[in-house]
Design a protein around this ligand. Structure first.
Ligand code: PMP
Length: 361
């Protein structure tokens, strides 16, 4: 097998020790004679995994007691709709901060269900920065503020969130959950597909304040109702048991390494390696994001012309670097350095970028 260095934007690497453990446990989980995905979701053995995953997320993210952790399906994309279904009544409007394609998609889905306003946007600057949010624009008509903490496609990231907002703040953290601490005083709900930093696709992590949950629309079909899922501890219907199992192993792995603080430190260390090549390249590589908005998860850049970029991506692929193409909507290159991407893979990519530059500058 050839060694690959996986920089996919998601699904993306799962920590090697997690894959190893899952392999070892595949045919006989804790002497049950079964794989986790063969067990009843009502069995004590599965329930242990389920609650362990919930409790470890609470511990790692310092989730206060007045917040609920849910495991839902339908990806982060279903949350775009569920947020509005549950929290956007007819007489109110939801305020979206637009920082790229995913926040635009979130706003578009909400628009099909109610009134949506743009609280701030960086569109006119090709989403290169995180816009200032003017909280005085929030009125008694505002149901909630929605933002995307890390913009997977453009490679920007909020370094801090609006302080003391008068209305609930709901954050899509699909591409930076578990890589940073969350200031719960100013955050009412977060959601994230697990497939970047928290495991495999199939489960969406939702964490919300109980008082927000209580305010949710209770006239929804039960399968779309946060209240329904919360009242059954996310066991209303069959949950994605295998994905939740992998999340429980990923949270074990993060705990073993020192928790989210250590993930945060490593994320900066890894991102700095690539940004340092970009900054030291005298324009051979040009970063997309403005320096103060740079993401520590997705590093986006271009080369001086498209032919050179193609050559870079081809040579990178032939050397084993996977997933470096920018999103099809923006082109260029993107290095995704999620929690499970080993530091030495990023170091190898840094050398590759430097060598390619020396040969082609
Ligand atoms: N939000 C963000 C920030 C994302 O990066 C993605 C996926 N790349 C999504 C939402 C959509 O997630 P899903 O495919 O799980 O619906």
């Amino acid at each position: 097998m050839t060694e690959v260095y996986n920089f996919n934007p998601g699904p993306s690497p799962i920590p090697a020790p997690v894959l190893k453990k899952a392999k070892e446990e595949m045919f006989n989980y804790e002497n049950s004679g079964m794989a986790v995905m063969e067990m009843s979701h009502r069995s004590p053995l599965y329930e242990k995994i389920h609650y362990q995953a919930i409790n470890q997320l609470k511990e790692l993210l310092s989730v206060p007691d007045d917040y609920e952790v849910l495991f839902l399906q339908g990806g982060a994309s279903l949350q775009f709709a569920m947020v509005a279904l549950n929290f956007l009544p007819e007489n109110k409007e939801a305020a979206y901060v637009l920082t790229g394609s995913w926040s635009e998609k979130a706003a578009k889905e909400a628009q099909t269900l109610g009134n949506v306003t743009t609280l701030a946007t960086s569109e006119s600057n090709q989403f290169k920065h995180i816009p200032e949010v003017d909280l005085s624009k929030v009125t008694e008509k505002t149901a909630y503020i929605h933002l995307t903490s890390n913009n997977t496609i453009y490679g920007t990231q909020w370094s801090s969130f609006p302080k003391e907002p008068a209305v609930p703040v709901i954050i899509d953290m699909s591409s930076d959950i578990l890589s940073r601490s969350i200031p719960w005083n100013d955050v009412d709900m977060i959601y994230a597909g697990a497939q970047k930093n928290a495991g495999m696709s199939g489960v969406t992590i939702v964490i919300m304040k109980k008082s927000l949950l209580e305010s949710a629309n209770d006239k929804l079909p039960p399968s779309l109702s946060y209240k329904q899922h919360a009242s059954k501890d996310s066991l209303y219907n069959t949950p994605p048991t295998a994905a939740i199992y992998i999340t429980s192993l990923v949270t074990d792995w993060i705990k073993g390494l020192g928790g989210v603080e250590e993930m945060q430190r490593l994320a900066k260390q890894k991102a700095d390696l690539i940004y340092s090549v970009i900054d030291g390249s005298s324009g051979f590589y040009t970063g997309h994001a403005e320096p103060e908005a740079r993401s520590k998860m997705n590093i986006t850049f271009k080369l001086t012309n498209e032919n050179l970029e193609k050559e870079f991506l081809t040579q990178a692929k032939n050397t084993g670097f996977i997933g470096l193409n920018g999103h099809r909507s923006v082109g260029g290159c993107r290095v995704s350095t999620y929690n499970a991407v080993p530091l030495n893979h990023v170091e190898k990519l840094k050398s590759f970028m430097e060598t390619f530059m020396k040969k082609n500058a």
